[in-house]
Design a protein around this ligand. Structure first.
Ligand SMILES: Nc1ncnc2c1ncn2[C@@H]1O[C@H](COP(=O)(O)OP(=O)(O)OP(=O)(O)O)[C@@H](O)[C@H]1O
Length: 574
């Protein structure tokens, strides 16, 4: 804890203690006031003034400590949010997908607000309430222990019942918060697929299914609220029972001279004050239950493995590589997403340090998986992959990914400006004329210039680019990067023949001095490649030049003839 934070905590504890002490003193001063009235002395006004002053002090210190505590809670929630953001972005892909984007995001919304309950009531309000209850009981015992026994007896049964209620509340909160996370997750995924939803007129069906889930969660929330609602009436009832018993018992004891009137008044005032901290302590326990569930959900994120991508990257010397080494070598690579269901088996091939290498194969053959393994998005099950002469585990992740430019099949772009998408991954500033030059090279310059904010137009939200434009923008980013290895997951559609030709030129230029490994869906790509690898159900079926494979490998020739590799002239104009 920093010195500033320690001072803040000390101030809060002091103010809360003052508030508790003044609250406890008030009934005693009330008793003193009655004693002065009995005596008929002149100190009545002084006693009354004391009562007002102490009452005010209790209110002010209580408010201040509450406010300071809330601020501390907000700080903690902000820190948790920041840590969650960082950790979620650093999760390995497989784990991030398993956890679900919406569920991870729920940590920033519903779980964060639940944890406020824990931070605000847990460390201070609950102990202070407990302290106030204990101190009140002690003072009551000093005033009259028989009346105290009567009071405790009345409250005890109520408290035992309430403990069971709190346990039940915790169970409801656990189910509720997990359910809210899952609902947000599925809802986010559905919103991301809104085009498909609308095209299939699935809005009403999905809205119905989401409504049912929301209603189920509402049911859980109502059940928790029902349980919570029982707490106050039960405690108030216990207080009323105690009040009746103490008035009767206290009256008898007053008449028999066992207790003075001022003491009886103080006792009754203390009894009236007892229910409030008790109810507060119990309600605080309820809030703490929800907070504890949220805390567990945060901890479950922080306990997930984290990819150490940037740690210390800027202080380290860049990894030295062998300039003569091939860009990528796969040796007997095996991989499965699900245990027992291999996607790649014994895959081996080499990508030279420059030139175009194409990977082809039917849908599901494992081509994208190979690119993912080279990027180390997943870990190999068997075999070895080396990049520029170093095996994957020897590479610091940041250096490895810094040397690779990766364009995925759907050209995913960030919901950000065109400029920021182009500069993503670059540590240097790039003047606009250089940006416009690379856009020119991919035939996008005029189209971007025609947008209302040019390079500063935000994409992915209200305004977006076409599939072909996204692909060209992604390639412009590759042109800007210094990566010596380019992994390109070619789409099976998107480009018109004019742009196809232009991009062919860009890829050829890239391949002049960089290694380009492309998952190819077009005949023109394989025709330009120096080396073609045919994958079939996770295995390398053949490799060589396009011409050699055409003459020697019947499955490859079939693939080409069956237009699995699309000839340029069949490309639809978009
Ligand atoms: N995240 C994943 N989890 C589980 N299985 C996956 C995952 N991604 C891909 N697969 C499976 O792995 C196999 C290979 O998929 P991959 O995407 O590598 O094929 P591909 O050759 O690139 O196909 P396409 O040409 O259709 O893009 C497929 O059977 C696919 O169902």
């Amino acid at each position: 804890m920093t010195a500033g934070k320690a001072n803040q905590v000390a101030a809060i504890v002091l103010l809360a203690l003052l508030s508790t002490i003044t609250t406890l003193a008030l009934p005693l001063i009330g008793g003193g006031f009655v004693a002065e009235l009995e005596k008929g002395g002149g100190a009545v006004t002084t006693a009354a003034l004391w009562m007002v002053a102490v009452g005010l002090a209790a209110a002010i210190t209580g408010t201040l400590s509450g406010y300071l505590l809330a601020r501390l809670g907000i700080d903690l929630v902000t820190k948790l949010r920041v840590r969650t953001l960082r950790h979620a972005l650093g999760l390995p892909l497989k784990i991030a997908r398993r956890e679900g984007t919406g569920d991870l995001a729920a940590r920033l919304t519903s779980d964060s607000s639940q944890i406020r309950g824990l931070t605000e009531v847990g460390p201070l309000q609950l102990p202070m309430a407990a302290l106030q209850v204990v101190a009140t009981l002690i003072i009551m015992g000093v005033l009259d222990w028989i009346l105290l026994l009567m009071t405790v007896g009345s409250f005890l049964i109520a408290i035992i019942g309430v403990v069971f209620v709190i346990k039940a509340i915790r169970q409801k909160f656990e189910a509720l918060q997990t359910g809210v996370g899952k609902l947000s997750d599925d809802f986010v995924a559905t919103l991301e697929a809104l085009t498909v939803v609308k095209a299939h007129r699935a809005e009403s069906r999905l809205a119905k299914s989401f409504s049912e889930r929301a209603q189920n969660l509402g049911g859980l929330e109502s059940a928790a609220a029902r349980l919570e609602a029982m707490v106050v009436p039960v405690m108030t009832l216990a207080q009323q029972v105690a009040l009746v018993i103490v008035i009767m018992g206290g009256g008898v004891r007053y008449v028999s001279g066992d207790i003075s009137l001022p003491n009886l008044v103080s006792f009754l005032l203390l009894l009236l004050q007892l229910a409030a901290p008790l109810i507060m302590a119990i309600q605080a326990t309820g809030a703490i239950q929800a907070g504890l569930v949220a805390k567990q959900r945060f901890e479950s994120v922080f306990s997930l493995p984290y990819e150490q991508v940037d740690d210390g990257a800027e202080d380290r010397e860049p990894v030295a590589v062998d300039p003569a080494a091939p860009a990528v070598v796969l040796h007997e690579v095996g991989f499965a997403y699900e245990e027992g269901q291999p996607v790649l088996e014994d895959v081996g091939f080499t990508v030279p340090s420059s030139g175009l290498t194409a990977m082809v194969g039917r849908s599901g053959a494992g081509k994208t998986t190979v690119l993912g393994l080279i990027e180390r998005f997943m870990e190999l099950d068997s075999g070895r992959i080396s990049v520029f002469g170093r095996e994957l585990p020897e590479w610091p992740l940041s250096d490895l990914r810094g040397r690779i430019a990766y364009v995925d099949q759907s050209f995913t772009l960030l919901r950000d400006t065109i400029r920021n998408n182009l500069l993503l991954g670059l540590d240097r500033t790039v003047p606009d004329d250089v940006l416009l030059d690379v856009l020119e090279q991919v035939g996008l310059r005029d189209e971007i210039a025609a947008l209302p904010q040019g390079l500063d137009t935000r994409i992915g939200g209200e305004s977006d680019l076409s599939g072909g434009q996204r692909q060209r923008l992604a390639l412009a980013g590759v042109l800007l990067s210094d990566a010596r290895l380019v992994l390109l997951d070619e789409p099976s559609s998107q480009l018109d023949s004019l742009n196809e030709g232009r991009l062919r030129e860009v890829v050829d230029r890239l391949a002049e001095d960089r290694a380009v490994l492309v998952v190819a869906h077009r005949l023109s790509t394989v025709q330009h490649a120096r080396h073609v690898i045919l994958l079939d159900r996770g295995k390398v079926q053949a490799q060589g030049t396009h011409e050699r494979l055409m003459s020697e490998c019947e499955p490859y020739a079939e693939l080409v003839r069956g237009q699995m590799l699309r000839p340029v002239d069949s490309v639809r104009l978009s």
